[in-house]
Write a protein that binds this ligand. Structure first.
Ligand code: HEM
Length: 444
């Protein structure tokens, strides 16, 4: 390991044959991911995911370049801040459904959050209204995510270290990765193809609801000259939304539940704010947000306190570069250390390990959404406005109706809450561990 700057702002590590740099400060993150974004916006090629499983169509895995830019534009056109409020009715409707489900089986809160995330995504992306249980589209998407989770573990498949292995035929005895890959490729292709075809058929029958796909296809029909594969760009972009939007939103909400159980005084202040504004008159709505500054601060603190991807989502360099006196070769993995940036007291005030929403009442505090919580530079999460809307309405609604506390013993007394966050690039698995029903407790 070599520090490329005296203060440790950039660290270089060599892992086997791979060069990696870790960016530990906001100043340097800005210098590399924003100012030198044409160099620092690539991804590394993952042979198992991209080639064997055929997931290369998903924008998150695409290399930086014209193809990625077209997908990114398609994402941006329907998700930017000026248009994303069109999804609010769907987000509100499903949040109300979340409340109903929580009222009936609060111990299944993680499953309910999963249902709501899937229902919103399928509705806003494809205009598809999912079934209350065992929806086939959700099951296909969840199966793809599971495959992705298995294939995404670094070193899980040798083909990622020896890319030539992708040419081994699947029928060769022992080529288990190829057989798995073929099975997964079918599931992943179904996730992209089936809902898209459903929406197109509904459009032909005049029965489609407005959504990401219909809006894009209507735009296409107005154009005289079309790039031949533009429909594929729309299909790929829509197909990538479930994977990018579901686990991220769900796990951020699970972190919220944990924070409320750990910091009851925060919960009390939030509930006082809600009671003061709304009493028992009605349920909270998006339009109330401006008058709920403490809830808005909680939404920011959730993104900061335990960021979903503490070590970011790896970028890569698409050209050679020089940092100070050091040479950074093309193909270097570049990690934005979001944990470090989001815990910098210079940007967020004191005690950054504690959950203190009030820190955002200081106007000097930075917005976590622009400090690594949603990634960096040209690759920054294109769904962040939609995500922020989901977080606000779900958090405010749950706080209005429920009190969240830690586990109870047989006599109903609260037990200490045990939880872990994995130190890895994705802390998702350990968030999942939290969703053991006995770990948290809701009451009206
Ligand atoms: C709380 C919820 C969410 C969090 C914390 C989150 C976080 C992130 C992060 C850290 C990245 C990596 C950015 C980078 O490479 O620097 C990312 C990428 C991405 N996110 Fe999100 N995200 C969330 C919700 C969503 C939603 C709702 C959508 C879509 C509607 C979405 C779509 C995407 C896509 C497509 C990418 C890949 C962008 C690319 O590679 O160019 N995300 N997200």
């Amino acid at each position: 390991m070599i520090c490329l700057s005296p203060s440790g702002e950039i660290v270089y590590v060599k892992i086997f044959h791979m060069d990696m740099i870790i960016v530990n400060s906001r100043r340097t993150a800005y210098e590399l991911f924003d100012k030198r974004s044409s160099i620092y916006s690539d991804r590394i090629h993952l042979p198992m995911i991209n080639d064997v499983m055929g997931f290369g169509w998903a924008i998150s895995f695409q290399r930086y370049g014209e193809r990625w830019r077209r997908h990114r534009r398609a994402m941006h056109e329907k998700l930017h801040i000026g248009v994303v409020d069109a999804f609010r009715p769907s987000q509100l409707k499903h949040t109300r459904e979340l409340l109903r489900r929580l009222l009936s089986t609060p111990e299944d809160y993680a499953e309910h959050l999963r249902y709501v995330a899937g229902a919103v995504i399928m509705e806003v992306t494809y205009g598809i209204h999912v079934k209350a249980e065992d929806d086939p589209y959700i099951m296909a998407a969840e199966a793809s995510m599971k495959a992705m989770g298995e294939a995404g573990v670094p070193g899980a498949f040798l083909v990622d270290i020896f890319p030539w292995m992708k040419y081994i035929p699947h029928w060769i005895p022992g080529a288990v990765f190829k057989q798995k890959g073929r099975k997964w490729a079918k599931i992943i292709s179904d996730m992209k193809e089936l809902p898209f075809q459903t929406t197109k058929t509904a459009m032909l029958q005049g029965a489609a609801d407005n959504c990401f796909v219909t809006s894009h296809i209507e735009d296409l029909e107005k154009l005289k000259e079309l790039p031949r594969d533009q429909e594929d760009v729309i299909k790929n972009t829509a197909g990538a939304i479930y994977g990018a939007a579901s686990d991220t939103t769900i796990n951020t909400m699970v972190t919220f539940v944990l924070a409320m159980a750990l910091f009851p005084e925060v919960q009390r202040k939030a509930q006082a704010e809600l009671d003061h504004l709304l009493g028992e008159a009605r349920l909270v709505e998006f339009e109330d947000q401006l008058e709920l500054p403490y809830i808005s601060a909680i939404c920011k603190e959730i993104l900061r306190w335990h960021p979903l991807m503490p070590q970011g989502f790896a970028h890569a360099t698409s050209e050679d570069d020089i940092i100070g006196e050091y040479f950074i070769p093309k193909g270097t993995i570049v990690i934005g250390n979001s944990w470090e940036l989001l815990h910098d007291e210079a940007d967020f005030g004191p005690d950054t390990d504690k959950f203190i929403p009030e820190r955002f009442f200081n106007r000097a505090a930075r917005d976590p959404a622009l400090t690594g919580a949603f990634g960096y530079g040209r690759r920054i999460c294109p769904g962040k406005h939609m995500a922020e809307n989901s977080l606000f309405i779900q958090i405010a609604s749950m706080l209005q109706l429920f009190e969240i506390s830690g586990p109870r013993d047989a006599t109903g007394r609260e037990r200490p809450l045990e939880y872990t966050f994995s130190p890895g690039i994705f802390s998702v698995q350990s968030y999942r561990a939290l969703s053991q029903p006995e770990n948290l407790y809701f009451k009206l």
